[in-house]
Design a protein. Structure first.
Length: 261
DNA sequence: ATGGTTGGTCGCCAA
């Protein structure tokens, strides 16, 4: 079983690259964020022709999440109870082969002095409350997506510059610790305790060429899933996008592989 | 290094 999460920053612009990713990796599940398109425009024909079922929840211009899977998804559920911004398409849950998979595009927050940061913290709190009420950490569960939080200083190219800033602030990191205490492991850190791995590089400042990155795209899982995880890697070549059609997203795909359940 | 790029949409906003 192979699962990939990728913030594509517009599925319309990135479709040919998504099709290439499916050919290259043949994942069982692909979680996409920032599709930025309404459901009527979703390119399901092209994706189904690659052998994938499509679950999606989009909106105009912003946000948008989708889960592609080789097996038909069951119990598709958009959003979560009490969502403070119920119209923002950011959460999509599916069940595939008995594993519950929740695709997340967490509120960015803009900057820590912004009202949007307060909204982010509230959104996170309500989401966690719903997760705890409605899910069981002893059962197979995966949370994958763009968390817009770098879990620790190991996940930041220059922790001094980023100390206390958006994506690295203590309240954001505490929220992730809470998920971990509930029973979700950060799969990349199960086998790679100290390795510096990034998943997002700003389009500006030549950030990718200088490797000024953060790891904010995460795959978390409960113990029955985490114990079967054999690797987590980032497809940096996709962020380079030297080959293939079009330009890169500012995020790279994160790829987790599991022993057969 | 507080610079500047990309996408959606069409003057800016969001990331």
């Amino acid at each position: 079983m192979k699962l990939i999460t990728w913030n594509v920053n517009s599925l319309r612009t990135r479709l040919d690259r998504v099709l290439g990713l499916l050919d290259r990796h043949r994942p069982d599940v692909l979680c996409l964020q920032e599709t930025k398109m309404v459901d009527a425009d979703f390119p399901r024909t092209e994706l189904e022709s690659k052998g994938y079922h499509c679950a999606f929840w989009g909106q105009r211009a912003y946000n948008g999440v989708a889960v592609l899977s080789r097996e038909s998804p069951q119990q598709v559920e958009a959003s979560f109870d009490g969502n403070p911004v119920p119209d923002a398409a950011r959460v999509l849950g599916v069940t595939v082969d008995g594993w519950r998979i929740i695709n997340l595009y967490v509120v960015n927050g803009q900057s820590i002095d912004s009202d949007k940061y307060a909204l982010k913290l509230n959104w996170l709190e309500v989401f966690a409350r719903w997760l705890h009420a409605r899910h069981d950490p002893t059962q197979p569960l995966i949370l994958a997506g763009d968390f817009n939080i770098a879990p620790s200083d190991r996940d930041v190219y220059d922790p001094t510059v980023w100390k206390g800033k958006l994506l690295c602030s203590e309240p954001e990191r505490k929220w992730l610790c809470g998920l971990q205490q509930w029973g979700l492991a950060d799969l990349l850190r199960v086998n790679e305790a100290d390795k510096q791995v990034f998943s997002w590089w700003d389009y500006r400042y030549g950030a990718f060429a200088r490797n000024l990155g953060l790891r904010i795209d995460l795959i978390l899982a409960t113990q029955p899933v985490a114990s079967r995880c054999t690797s987590v890697v980032v497809d940096r070549d996709e962020r380079k996008a030297k080959s293939g059609p079009g330009k890169p997203s500012d995020h790279a795909p994160v790829i987790a592989t599991f022993e057969h359940p």
